[in-house]
Design a protein around this ligand. Structure first.
Ligand SMILES: Cc1cc2nc3c(=O)[nH]c(=O)nc-3n(C[C@H](O)[C@H](O)[C@H](O)COP(=O)(O)OP(=O)(O)OC[C@H]3O[C@@H](n4cnc5c(N)ncnc54)[C@H](O)[C@@H]3O)c2cc1C
Length: 321
């Protein structure tokens, strides 16, 4: 068993997620405390391998199955193989689709403890301590993870990503694809692209974002007016999308888009972990929520408990003046 910290790069296609660099940066800190090294598992798409200068080692697994989309079964087999080769002390996933799919089964295979919804990690002696969010962020729980290997899923935005982007030339270790990848019972057949929309909430410097607190589709109009007056897109939490008040490309969060504007204005959004995952890295967060105990105020730089139906018309009036 090594004192290696293994980061799972959760990229199926496209760019390497920011989260991977967050985990490499944190992984480096843990590895230093453990007297070990930090490594990355790259499954399938091996492009941009040179982005991993912040790691000491990159394990790669190649197989044609990874070319046809995401299969939890294929990824589980591949990650398990990397873990078998690396014998890491710590395995780090994100609390996203892939991490939620795989962390439990990898922990089960390794008989390792698993901490989920983690927002902080540290080393105490030879053990790892994880701080997890409970009840949508209303409580924080600290757990001691004892074992030869321990597993954690980390909420995106918990650590700075810059620390994981430093230059270097990691050793590349090609891990032979496990035979089980040739006889999968669950294979991706097609990738369904989300509907195209003129809105790109990820590129905006300022976002007006609306949550369930707005109450109805008719009331969205007022927030749209504010967004139009500021010449920025209107984004939203998932319930607003699920109820059909705005189309899917407007959604911020775990199952929506990750945004990092200079200013994020949140109206009637409680601040559930799945929402925070998509916006907590915004430079300045300003929240309007009538509940002073709403978790959004834990990440907001400025906040008000004014009713959004009082505040928004006031802002519109000031903007028109
Ligand atoms: C696997 C999974 C993925 C998910 N992905 C996402 C995701 O991508 N994005 C996402 O957002 N959620 C996601 N969720 C849902 C998430 O858990 C929350 O349910 C959701 O974020 C809550 O949205 P909300 O804050 O708009 O609504 P609520 O939690 O209902 O909050 C509404 C808030 O509005 C406030 N309010 C009410 N009236 C007013 C008023 N007049 N003025 C001001 N404030 C008012 C209330 O105090 C309350 O805090 C996901 C959940 C799961 C399980």
């Amino acid at each position: 068993m090594s004192n290696e910290v293994l980061v799972i790069n959760e990229r199926v296609q496209g760019e390497i997620p920011d989260l991977t660099f967050e985990l490499i940066g944190k992984g480096r800190e843990l590895a230093q405390a453990l007297g070990g090294s930090v490594s990355v598992a790259m499954i399938g798409d091996l492009s941009s391998l040179d982005a991993f200068g912040g790691a000491d080692k990159v394990y790669t697994v190649e197989h044609p199955v990874f070319g046809s989309g995401y299969s939890a079964q294929a990824w589980e087999e591949a990650v398990a193989e990397v873990v078998a080769v690396a014998r890491p002390k710590v395995v780090l996933f994100g609390t996203g689709t892939i991490g939620i799919d795989l962390a439990g089964s990898i922990a089960y295979r390794e008989k390792a403890p698993l901490a989920s919804y983690v927002v902080d990690l540290k080393v105490e002696g030879s053990d790892v301590v994880a701080v997890s969010q409970l009840y949508g962020g209303k409580l924080l729980a600290e757990s001691l993870l004892e074992g030869e290997t321990v597993v954690a899923t980390v909420i995106a935005g918990s650590f700075p990503s810059e620390a994981g982007r430093s230059g270097g030339s990691p050793e590349v270790v090609s891990v032979a694809a496990p035979k089980s990848l040739d006889s999968l019972t669950l294979r991706p057949v097609a990738v369904k692209e989300p509907e195209k929309s003129g809105v790109d909430i990820t590129a905006a410097d300022l976002l007006v974002s609306v949550g369930r607190g707005v109450g109805s589709q008719a009331n969205i109009e007022m927030l749209q007016e504010l967004a139009d007056a500021l010449k920025v897109p209107l984004s939203a939490s998932r319930p607003v999308i699920d109820q059909g008040w705005l189309p899917k490309p407007h959604q911020v969060g775990k199952s929506g888009k990750k945004v990092k504007p200079k200013v994020y204005l949140a109206f009637g959004i409680s601040g559930a972990p799945e929402h925070l995952e998509g916006m907590r890295s915004s430079e300045l967060i300003i929240a309007c929520n009538t509940d002073p105990k709403a978790p959004i105020f834990e990440v907001a730089h400025y906040g008000t408990t004014l009713d959004l139906f009082d505040l928004v018309p006031e802002i519109l009036e000031k903007l028109e003046a």
